[in-house]
Design a protein around this ligand. Structure first.
Ligand code: SAH
Ligand code: SF4
Ligand code: F3S
Length: 435
């Protein structure tokens, strides 16, 4: 019944949502549906949503508002998926009565059935699961032919007080290592060069069948021929062990790159956030990483304006920025989220102060990045070419440190590793030519 129908998926949110959209596309392709290149041309419009910050939800609501006109002029089926679907359920249907279905992340395997029935009845499916569900991905459903996302765990048991994710993705569920290995072997046989392992808390992974831990996963995946680079996101600092750092340093295929969310440099705020580490413990882990891998590229997430954050607390975050010198940061203004413990605290940092702190943080980080990038000018970097660049006649790829590199090449090097001589840079990217 979905045969011949066209579908379009609009994805908001994190890498896991992008990977989920690939899973959903696979389910529909298997039913004979075809991908459309825009929502205007499709019979089925799916919106995969993110609830992590207030702004993410506002953005979605304005998108859904605009989509209403589409729905009125055509007969498209419209379904809301992802974390907002999980969280708001009936509320979404009340505010956007034109939606045909609201389906949370744990219920995607029934999506084809829901879409077949949606002409007749509206559906809301958001029940959580305790266990992992395997939903294989067809290669044609993947966004890249070079680098692939591989989800190894989902959910979170940490309950950071600001965070809604434990309420959208449920408790931690681990995928059997056997299934992970099989997927990565298949990716290698199709010519993929890089895998990015995904999970809200990848480094708390445990194989449900053998009890193997995250370092074991890294070692096993490194044995797969054809896969040259392995990355993973996101690691929680409290679960990041010396053994993991040693594995990263000693297993050649694991990129010397790590995203380790700091959130705040103040011990008082970290405690209120329920992060379960101190700035000293965080710094100790950074020391291990830097001494084992002097070339390591580090990135982080930072929240400014958490309830009660003072200028002094904020200065402690700025200090760590200075000390660690991250290659990249993702920084956000705190916004209260439903069900989270911090939403019961007074959101007492004025909006202007949050904005002003965010600007100071981002401006200083921009200078740091420019300083770091300038040191790479004149050097040769190994780059995995991911495709043509958005800017003109260039190619785009990523360095081992996960920096964006735009470069000139005589040959079409898509899907290949090339040595790029860096000739210039900005704060957010490098450029050069194949040497
Ligand atoms: N599982 C990952 C990603 C969580 S969401 C992790 O643990 O790191 C990504 C980032 O969004 C978080 O690291 C945090 O910096 C930010 N974030 C989460 N909740 C937020 C909130 N209520 N306000 C502002 N930023 C938030
Ligand atoms: Fe959210 Fe914290 Fe879990 Fe990350 S570790 S998903 S920030 S609760
Ligand atoms: Fe957003 Fe859900 Fe990812 S809330 S950050 S899409 S896990």
């Amino acid at each position: 019944m979905l045969s011949g129908k066209s579908f379009y998926i609009q994805t908001f949110g994190c890498q896991m949502n992008e990977n989920d959209s690939e899973h959903v596309a696979s389910l529909l392709l298997k039913e004979g549906a075809v991908k459309a290149s825009s929502p205007e041309e499709s019979d089925i419009i799916l919106i995969n949503t993110c609830a992590v910050r207030e702004k993410s939800v506002e953005k979605l609501f304005s998108y859904l508002g605009r989509l209403k006109e589409q729905k009125q002029t055509r007969q498209a089926v419209v379904a809301c998926l992802g974390c907002v679907a999980q969280l708001y359920r009936e509320k979404l249907l009340r505010r956007f009565p034109y939606l045909d279905a609201v389906v949370g992340p744990a219920q995607y395997e029934v999506l084809p059935e829901i879409l077949r029935n949606s002409i007749r009845e509206k559906a809301v499916r958001t029940a959580w699961k305790r266990n992992w569900t395997e939903l294989p991905i067809l290669t044609e459903a993947r966004e890249s032919t070079v680098s692939a996302y591989v989800t190894i765990m989902e959910g979170c048991n940490n309950f950071c007080t600001y965070c809604v994710v434990p309420f959208t993705r449920g408790r931690e569920k681990y995928r059997p290592l056997k299934a992970v290995l099989k997927e990565v072997e298949e990716l290698a046989s199709r010519g993929y060069k890089e895998v990015q392992l995904l999970g809200q808390n990848v480094n708390s992974y445990r194989d449900p069948e053998t009890g193997a831990d995250f370092t074991e996963v890294l070692k096993r995946l490194a044995e797969v021929k054809g896969i040259e680079w392995i990355r993973f996101i996101t690691s929680h600092p409290k679960n990041f062990t010396l053994e993991m750092a040693r594995t990263m340093a000693s297993v050649g295929k694991i990129c010397h790159q790590l995203h380790l969310p700091l959130q705040s440099g103040s011990n008082r705020i970290l405690k209120l956030m329920n992060r379960n580490y101190t700035r000293e413990e965080y710094l100790e882990k950074i020391d291990w990483l830097k001494s084992l891998m002097p070339d390591i590229s580090l990135s982080t997430d930072i929240i400014v304006g958490f309830p009660t954050e003072t200028e002094e607390d904020f200065q402690q975050t700025m200090e760590l920025l200075e000390k660690i010198k991250f290659t990249n940061i993702f920084s956000f203004r705190y916004s209260p989220r439903p069900y989270s413990a911090a939403s019961r605290m007074k959101d007492d940092v004025p909006e202007e102060t949050k904005i002003e702190r965010l600007i100071r943080l981002q401006n200083r980080q921009k200078e740091i990045q420019l300083e770091l990038n300038r040191k790479l000018v004149g050097k040769k970097l190994r780059v995995l070419c991911l495709g043509p660049s958005k800017k003109g006649q260039l190619f785009q790829g990523r360095s081992e440190g996960y920096q964006v590199v735009n470069f000139k090449s005589q040959e079409d090097c898509r899907g290949h590793f090339v040595d790029v001589k860096i000739t210039g840079c900005g704060p957010y990217s490098l450029h050069g030519k194949v040497s």
